[in-house]
Design a protein around this ligand. Structure first.
Ligand code: SAM
Length: 345
């Protein structure tokens, strides 16, 4: 791929590093590169709507990402939709691997996937420069898994993908599991064994009201406390210290030190105060919070001919106004205009 879009590394002064008006430093960018998906997970997509938003050219994502990197972003996570469906993904990863952060370090490049196509793509992604993947997997029991994804054969495909990722060295390998009471909460203990047997970090995520359908209720959310209590009854857990303030997962190991579990609890123990993230949607809009009511059309400005300087100033202003926190569970809570699959999880 031609590297015409790559400009000399931008060394912005420390004073222009991305910070918001609440004093949080933003160093983590999540980029959705498609809102298409090949799964119809019951808690995410109805399956009735396909892609709803356009995709940018790979070169356009690169130009926008590079602007963020020049402002202090050190970690880029590619997501979707399903990012492995996106043509040009390997080129994108290869070019991201050539970028340097503010401090002249390589970017930390990660990707979140349902894993369906990972068996054939893992080695190529690693060779292109991807550091690690997170695979979403909501059950360790095949029939339950496929009741959730609504795709026959998906369990074996994802299991093969997980193993291919590990063999390719896309590690530490994380497995994300969204728990829903009555759908897959009976999988908690099985996942604890899976983490140890497959040498993966299993992270349970509390279900957030971001689905296309209307499924969410406080009762369906399986909370951090319940997960810790249940695993602790079969395999005693030992808390691990946080590595950085913005870490989303509470981490635990088992009493013998073998294996790791994480719990991401945006509902019962929100971590907005330490949030270090912003998102770029597949159509080039900045979202400063998963639950933002407004989006900021960065790509529109780029298409209209804005200079890099103007685009950087726009990013800085937009991030300054990042929301203090989400309001899940409070009266008057409004679902965002896009569901998770169209935002980029
Ligand atoms: N297709 C990729 C995948 O499956 O990982 C990337 C996109 S997906 C939207 C990203 C993550 O968001 C997945 O781990 C998925 O389980 C999670 N997710 C989707 N809807 C969610 C919700 N309402 N609450 C919490 N997590 C959700």
């Amino acid at each position: 791929m031609a590297a015409a879009y790559l400009h000399p590394p931008v060394q912005a002064p420390a004073s222009s590093r991305l910070t918001d008006s609440h004093g949080r430093v933003i160093h983590d960018l999540r980029v959705s590169i498609t809102d298409r998906c090949n799964y119809k997970c019951v808690y995410c997509r109805t399956g009735e709507n396909g892609a709803q938003y356009p995709e940018l050219q790979i070169e356009e994502y690169l130009r926008l990402i590079e602007l963020f990197v020049g402002l202090g972003i050190t970690k880029v996570r590619l997501t979707g939709g399903e990012p492995l469906l996106r043509r040009g993904l390997l080129d994108l990863v290869r070019e991201l691997a050539r970028m340097r952060t503010f401090e002249g370090q390589p970017l930390d490049i990660a990707l979140t996937t349902n894993g369906h196509l990972l068996d054939r793509l893992a080695a190529g992604l690693k060779a292109a420069g991807l550091a690690r993947v997170t695979v979403s997997m909501d059950a360790v029991d095949g029939p339950i898994f496929e009741r959730i994804t609504r795709v026959p054969g998906s369990f074996q495909a994802v299991l093969a993908g997980v193993r291919a990722a590990r063999a390719a060295g896309l590690t530490p390998l994380k497995i994300n599991c969204v728990l829903l009471r009555g759908f897959n909460d009976d999988q908690i203990e099985g996942f604890a064994h899976f983490a140890r047997a497959e040498d993966v970090i299993v992270r349970f995520i509390e279900f957030m009201p971001l689905e296309e359908d209307r499924l969410w209720s406080p009762e369906i959310v399986v909370t951090l406390k319940e997960i810790v209590d249940r695993i602790g009854r079969v395999l005693p857990l030992v808390p691990l210290p946080a590595r950085e303030a913005s870490e989303t997962a509470r981490r635990y190991t088992f009493i013998d030190g073998k294996g790791e579990i994480g719990i991401i609890a945006p509902v019962s123990q929100a971590f907005c105060g330490a949030c270090s993230r912003v998102r770029l949607t597949s159509d080039g809009k900045i979202r400063t919070c998963l639950f933002s009511q407004i989006e900021h059309d960065l790509y529109g400005r780029m298409r209209a001919g804005a200079s890099n300087e103007e685009l950087r100033a726009y990013i800085v202003r937009t991030v300054e106004d990042k929301e203090a926190r989400h309001h899940i569970g409070e009266s008057g809570f409004l679902k965002p205009s896009r569901s998770m699959v169209h935002i980029g999880g």
